[in-house]
Design a protein. Sequence first.
Length: 171
Amino acid sequence: MRKLLKFACVLLFALFAAAQFVRPARVNPPTDDSRSLAAHARMNERVASILNRSCMDCHSNRTTWPWYSQIAPASWFVADHVKHGRQHLNLSEWSGYDRDEAAHLLSDICRTAKAGTMPLGSYTLLHRSARLSPQDVAALCEWSQTERERLAAARSETGRAKLDTGESARR
């Protein structure tokens, strides 16, 4: 039994060591601040602080890669979470979303914060400061609603401007 246990431990250690050679890409693509949420949305310092503290590591091109993101198998999970987070919502590439997409994403920010599904529990377990208080959730939801209303108003003004241009061209 001791030989089997010893063999199992050696095998596990060898697998762990070999896993360190399977390294996921941990990249931060170049950022252009003029494309970011901060450049295209109106937000107060509190909301900006909440987003920076609780969202930016997975939902921007400015990920701060923690020490455990260099050790397999944790590195695989972290890289995968960041990849999926950026695919779903990338606050560094906000200008790439049209108004409907942006409104939907703003709604998702509030919905997932209220539901407690974002930030991920696995993230807040190690990053306690990223946890959202009820006041943080309220601030995010109020801001996202205000921003959606601003987008809707801009959409209707753009529509009116196009309509006005079309009518004046017909005269």
